[in-house]
Design a protein around this ligand. Structure first.
Ligand code: HXC
Length: 481
């Protein structure tokens, strides 16, 4: 796929993002009024940023697109004021704002006026948070404090090889830490997709990056006061036999196959695919309705919750709640990841974010326990006690304070010291008497035990039953975490 050449047409990117013929530019003649450093000789029309309104999937969006061909896309007072006005416009129009970032950062000649320009943008990003969707597509440099505008938005998309995001560049890093690091290794798309979690999505070309932005917008309402858009209902992919769960409960399987058997075929858009892959989050549709899916991934760390997974899922849950997307949670979690590293890094404080996000959420919330739901992680993963509207379990699942082996070691310690050969018998007894899903079903912690093949229909029916009960409204912001 070819890339988009802004040198030939400075509107090329906004045209690629918006529906054909729908883009209307505002401020094409805006220019800076700076005299210092001979700046009167460099006054490009538009001041290095294209701003305006258009439509995506027929629905209104506001947008800005930094133009690297004019003053390096650097941000001065006029440039910033154009972006701030688009944010104000989007807030008033109650429509999403999409920012295409490609800039040398604060315009050096404008000094504090440029820095204040960033402050004006950041303040508006925060005021819009949770009210209108904000999507950032980074197609070039985004350095210094400039990175904090995308970081305040809901979804960040980066173009591999072109986008670089860092607070301090390679030269400063070298001066301070003596470390030699390339642009790509410091702030390239792969670093942010895998290690830092800054990027939700990555694409190889500008065109693909903008396509991803269009896909993201296809799941989100214009604002929190509107319902998400609906599409023609689709059928799911076939659910794997027995849900694809291996006979040996310690063996991994790919939870994305289960997701495929629940959501409309082809609708799943995974976010943060390579960051904290022990939990899977993404947008999808069920019966044509947008939903957010959260699922433990047994393929990685046995699906344990750790700090990164908790923060990743927490922000996703809060974003879905802010924009009225029902939550479907698929649970197969042996617990929180044990270890001094996690404890010292704050798994208590950071794990609490996911718990908080679920407990706070008022959108429809459905949970299905696939295989394991143990201890605190059982509660955190949208249990009924945290306010899930409905919780289901597959028949072979185990729900308990802890796994059978560990439990037996605690409660039968004396018996096992007296007769170690009783271990298997006691484990089997614990499994039968304390872990089977009919036990939580009797006390209504689980609403129904359902076969894997029923899952899509039961989840869809539950969501349909709740669809009219939740009015679109402002719930909360989408605080970065
Ligand atoms: C003013 C700038 C500029 C800047 C680029 N230009 N960045 N002018 N302020 N920040 C100008 C160049 O002088 C040049 O002008 C034109 O844009 C194109 O730049 P080139 O360097 O020729 O382009 P390229 O080789 O593609 O390199 C692009 C670049 C590089 C990697 C972005 O320009 C660069 O490193 N710029 C500085 C980046 C930076 O350190 N920014 C400050 C970050 S701190 P002419 O007239 O020659 O065409 C920051 C703080 C924000 O932004 C704080 C927010 C709270």
């Amino acid at each position: 796929m070819s890339d988009i050449d802004v040198r030939a047409d400075r509107l090329a990117r906004v045209k690629a993002l918006t529906d054909d013929g729908t883009f209307t530019e505002f401020g094409s003649q805006a220019r800076h009024h700076v005299h210092a450093f001979d700046m009167q000789r460099k006054r490009p029309a538009g001041d290095g940023v294209v701003t305006g309104v258009g439509r995506v999937h027929g629905r209104p969006v506001a947008l800005f697109s930094q133009d690297p061909t004019a003053l390096g896309g650097s941000l001065g007072e006029t440039h910033a004021s154009k972006i701030a006005r688009m944010l104000d416009h989007a807030a008033r129009a109650r429509c999403p704002i999409v920012g295409l970032l490609d800039s040398g950062g604060a315009r050096i000649q404008e000094g504090v006026a440029a820095l204040d320009g960033y402050g004006e943008i950041f303040r508006r990003n925060v005021q819009c948070s949770g009210r209108i969707p904000q999507v950032s597509v980074v197609l070039g440099p985004c350095a210094g404090g400039a990175v904090y505008s995308p970081a305040l938005t809901d979804v960040v998309i980066m173009q591999r090889g072109k986008a670089h995001m860092f607070v301090t560049g390679p030269r400063v890093v070298k001066a301070v830490t003596f470390e030699d690091v390339s642009l790509a290794d410091l702030g390239g798309a792969d670093v942010h997709a895998q290690a830092s979690g800054v990027a939700h999505l990555v694409a190889d070309t500008a065109e693909e990056s903008l396509d991803l932005a269009r896909r993201v917008l296809g799941f989100l309402p214009g604002s929190c006061w509107e319902r998400p858009p609906t599409y023609a209902p689709g059928d799911p992919l076939p659910m794997p036999e027995g849900g694809g769960i291996p006979d040996d409960h310690r063996m991994p399987y790919d939870v994305r196959l289960v997701i495929g058997g629940v959501v409309d075929a082809g609708s799943f858009l995974e976010l943060h695919e390579r960051f904290a892959p022990n939990i899977v989050v993404g947008f999808a549709r069920i019966d044509g309705q947008a939903v957010g899916v959260v699922a433990n991934q047994p393929l990685v760390l046995a699906g344990c919750l750790d700090i990164d997974a908790s923060e990743k899922a927490a922000r996703f849950v809060r974003m879905c709640d802010a924009f009225g997307l029902p939550l479907v949670t698929l649970v197969d979690v042996p617990g929180f990841l044990p270890g001094t590293g996690q404890e010292a890094s704050g798994i208590i404080r950071k794990g609490a974010k996911l718990l908080y996000a679920y407990a706070e959420a008022t959108v429809p919330r459905v949970t299905v326990v696939l295989r394991k739901a143990f201890g605190g992680a059982y509660i955190v993963m949208n249990s009924k006690s945290l306010g899930a509207d409905a919780a289901f379990s597959w028949p072979g699942a185990e729900l308990a304070v802890m796994g059978a082996e560990g439990a037996v070691d605690v409660i039968y310690r004396r018996d096992l010291e007296a007769d170690p050969s009783r271990r298997d018998e006691l484990v089997a007894r614990y499994r039968a008497e304390a872990m089977a899903p009919h036990i939580p079903a009797e006390r209504m912690s689980i609403d129904e035990v359902i076969a894997p093949g029923q899952t899509r229909d039961v989840v869809a029916a539950t969501l349909r039953s709740l669809a009219d009960g939740v009015e679109p409204t402002y719930r909360h912001d989408n605080l970065p975490q």
